[in-house]
Design a protein around this ligand. Structure first.
Ligand code: FE2
Length: 392
């Protein structure tokens, strides 16, 4: 493995030569029990457009997948179609959840070879998917637990800029036709546009291993550290280090449980995720938290409950903000401030039957942090839910 990179080295002249220069988050892939039904869940609840489909009608005979889009967010929701498809076993082990955080790169094969040279384990070898419209090369390396990072390079009509503008995503995908829900979502936009960060839960003692892994394999830099003094309640405790891809692409905080009086929320995740590390939450960015949360609440999104007491002290802590304090309270949004500005955030309850993956809806007003001042209130709310599930 190479040594970790110099901060901001990607901004320098070597950028063109770096085969692991990550251009964008190409997509986030969820494996689910029923891709069609999940597509409607995320479309109705979170305002995603069910933009494209790949299934029997488009010549895909092994796998059904839906491309959901909103802003620069691309989700692929996928299910196996055949009895022995590998996805079924994953869903049995982990429930619905995130399998792949895929990165667009200049050359998938070069990126893959370089990652392997640096010590990454192969998830799958480079494969070329082509038709008369263009070519996509995909390869993947194994990250924590069941998580894969694919490297995707696109050419012809499948180039990323085109995909971002309603170009066909991959061979055997087709645009959906005349879905009322898409029409409704166009008229009633929720306003999500970017994956701000993606949090991974790993086992006790494994956080630093994965911090080194992201640094050595993918040139991420350590952005922030939270220890159990920052993040603990009477019951729950965890440690977290935030890894940053640079170039404002994505941040990946890595959490491990810390010993507490009762079961840590990270341990609950692992218990219900076959003792396997994985993605705990995706934070989706909005430029207008009040608008987005108001819309999401009206659509029926189930958020964690924040008690009245939180709002008795929050304004003293964060000072003046642009948003109406009454609206922030009515919508049960959390607020935090650091030396660079403030942020607004809110968290959903788990998005599937098992207490595993959830979303955060975040709006940054200068703050580059993660809401440290809210950890206590947030974790107490989480523990109420853990207790309801008999998992505290
Ligand atoms: Fe977060």
């Amino acid at each position: 493995m190479s040594t970790s990179s110099v901060p901001n080295s990607k901004e320098s002249g070597q950028a063109k030569r770096d085969p692991l220069r990550l251009v964008d988050v190409d997509y986030v892939k969820f494996l689910v029990g029923n891709a069609k039904q999940s597509a409607y869940f995320y479309a109705h609840n979170f305002g995603f457009e069910i933009e494209q489909v790949s299934d029997l009608t488009t010549g895909s005979r092994e796998e059904a997948a839906y491309l959901l889009t909103q802003g620069n967010i691309r989700f692929v929701l996928a299910s196996g179609l055949t009895p022995n498809h590998a996805y079924h076993k994953e869903v049995a082990l982990y429930g619905d959840g995130i399998k792949d955080i895929a990165f667009s790169v200049d050359d998938s094969e070069l990126a893959y070879r370089e990652a392997i040279k640096r010590g990454a384990e192969s998830a799958y070898e480079p494969q070329e998917i082509s038709d008369e419209n263009g070519t996509v090369v995909m390869s993947g390396i194994k990250a924590m637990g069941r998580v894969v990072h694919s490297f995707v390079s696109r050419s012809g009509d499948y180039n990323l800029e085109r995909v971002k503008n309603r170009g066909v995503f991959l061979p055997k995908y087709a645009m959906t036709q005349d879905l009322e829900i898409n029409e409704y979502n166009r008229k009633n936009p929720v306003g999500l546009f970017y994956v701000d960060h993606c949090v991974a839960n790993v086992e006790l003692g494994k956080m630093n291993y994965w911090v080194d892994w992201y640094s050595e394999i993918l040139d991420f830099n350590l952005f922030k550290t939270f220890d159990d003094k920052d993040i603990s309640t009477e019951y729950s405790s965890l440690m977290s280090k935030v890894m940053d891809s640079g170039r404002e692409l994505i941040k990946i905080p890595i959490n491990e449980p810390a010993p507490g009086k009762r079961k840590s929320q990270i341990q609950e995740f692992l218990d219900w995720h076959n003792n396997t590390p994985g993605i705990q939450h995706l934070a989706l960015l909005t430029k207008d938290e009040l608008h987005t949360v108001e819309r999401l609440r009206r659509r029926g999104v189930d958020f964690l409950r924040i008690p009245d007491e939180y709002y008795e002290s929050v304004w003293e802590r964060v000072g003046e903000i642009n948003e109406s304090n009454d609206s922030v309270k009515d919508l049960r949004i959390l607020v935090d401030r650091d030396d660079k500005g403030y942020l607004l955030q809110i968290f959903t309850k788990p998005l599937q039957d098992r207490p595993t993956m959830f979303f955060e809806i975040i709006c940054r007003r200068g703050s580059e942090s993660f809401g440290k001042g809210n950890f206590k209130a947030l974790f107490e709310s989480l523990e109420i839910e853990q207790d309801r599930r008999g998992n505290l």
